[in-house]
Design a protein around this ligand. Structure first.
Ligand SMILES: Cc1ncc(COP(=O)(O)O)c(C=O)c1O
Length: 411
């Protein structure tokens, strides 16, 4: 909508349209209540602090700092040098990539997927969250989202016109949904439920009994389960897919990603795996949004998915070493945490003496020049927590510890 202001009536910081009028552009209604992504704001602040010479160590973002396997880069280099790979690609992705995804699911998750009908490559799994919301939600429809949980579920549901119904996860219930509480709520408008195990930010592992219970529950309630599964290989010896549960394809759409397990976050490659009908439905929306992915990226992604156990072992060896140092850092801050969590972060409860994770995060940022993420950005149930990323070198983590040691902490 464009509002036109008469400058004689009102001085307005709008753009000068012509000599008589200033205009102001207002954003769409759907953006109301949708703030800029927390990290995009925080990175700007960190940049500002760096300009003042602070040299902040950022232990916030979960973007792998290690490169993909050299063979993956070689495929990209060789393929992109060819003259015939630069055209638009099919909306359903390259058959080579779909086949590689199917084999990967079979090898690691013991799930059979038809590469022609049950797989949709995505430009990162984050976009898939939006596509799913746009495909299924009408104005007034509701989606259950985890609290704490990945903030994109909340914004994607709202941007699509739906309403979010947060379900609380607690340490006492092993960060799993409480079925009694779910059943006590009014589920009549709920169409989607987002779940994510291994869970970000808490690092909670899934278990098969829980998967089965949730699939049965969703079938009974006629709710589509969207399982977001980008962390299943990180510090986890038993990668699991929701689709391995009997009957899951009736109700589960599973998102997966090469961002974390293959160190390819900037490449933007993810996937949606589901029953043929669901893939076709989401494709109806997605094919109107983008025009496919650069073929050499798809072929390199196929190579990455064919990597064997030694690849996963090699990255996990690094994360394991880093995690030890992060535990030390959290001990220094008097935080408490579970040793059994997995994924690319450590989730920790803040000590008494801090109002919330924001207070601790600010204290560490402004006094030790180290940024750790306040748990509250993942929802109110994360208020008393902080999250530390494992995507920094051991040297940077050691340096963070040295800086924090110099801090006089509020106890
Ligand atoms: C829980 C969760 N889901 C999805 C994503 C997005 O992953 P991708 O890079 O595949 O878009 C992230 C990234 O941080 C995440 O933490």
């Amino acid at each position: 909508m464009i509002e036109v202001f008469d400058p004689s009536e009102q001085v307005h910081p709008g753009r000068l349209l012509n000599f008589d009028f200033l205009i102001m552009i207002t954003t769409s209604k759907r953006l109301e209540g949708i703030g800029e992504y927390y990290f995009s704001q925080k990175l700007r602040e960190i940049e500002e602090l760096n300009k003042q010479g602070k040299n902040i160590i950022n232990l916030g973002i979960g973007s792998p700092d290690m490169p993909p396997h050299p063979d993956v880069i070689k495929v990209l280099q060789e393929e992109s040098a060819k003259p015939n790979v630069h055209a638009y690609q099919g909306y359903k992705g390259s058959p080579v990539l779909r086949k590689a995804i199917s084999t990967w699911y079979n090898t690691w998750y013991q799930v059979e997927l038809n590469p022609d009908t049950e797989i949709l490559p995505l430009i990162g799994s984050k976009e898939g969250i939006m596509h799913i919301c746009m495909t299924y939600l009408n104005e007034g429809d509701e989606a259950l989202i985890p609290n704490p949980g990945y903030p994109t579920y909340n914004s994607a549901v709202k941007l699509a016109g739906g309403a979010t119904v947060p379900y609380e996860l607690t340490a006492a219930n092993n960060w799993l949904p409480d079925f009694e509480k779910l059943n006590a709520g009014n589920l009549s408008k709920v169409k989607l439920m987002f779940v994510n195990y291994p869970h970000m930010p808490t690092g909670q592992l899934p278990n098969v009994a829980f998967f089965e219970k949730l699939v049965n529950w969703a079938r009974e309630k006629n709710i589509l389960l969207v399982h977001d599964n980008p962390y299943s290989f990180i510090l986890n010896d038993s990668p699991a897919s929701f689709l391995s549960v009997k009957g899951a394809k009736e109700v589960v759409l599973e998102l997966n990603s090469l961002s974390k397990s293959q160190n390819m976050a900037g490449w933007r490659v993810g996937m949606l795996c589901a029953a043929r009908e669901r893939i076709d439905e989401v494709l109806r929306f997605k094919s109107n949004m983008d025009s496919g992915m650069f073929l050499p990226i798809q072929l390199a992604a196929a190579k990455a998915l064919a990597l064997e156990m030694d690849w996963y072992n090699s990255i996990n060896k690094v994360y394991r070493e880093r995690r030890k140092i992060v535990f030390e850092l959290l001990d220094l801050l008097n935080c408490t945490y579970s040793n059994e969590q997995v994924g690319m972060f450590v989730w920790a409860a803040i000590p008494i003496g801090y109002k919330d994770g924001y207070a601790l995060s600010d204290e560490v940022l402004y006094n030790a020049n180290v940024f750790i993420t306040p748990g509250g950005i993942f929802g109110s149930a994360g208020d008393k927590y902080v999250r530390v990323s494992l995507c920094s070198t051991t040297e940077k983590l050691e340096e963070s510890i040295n800086r924090i040691k110099k801090l006089v902490l509020v106890k």
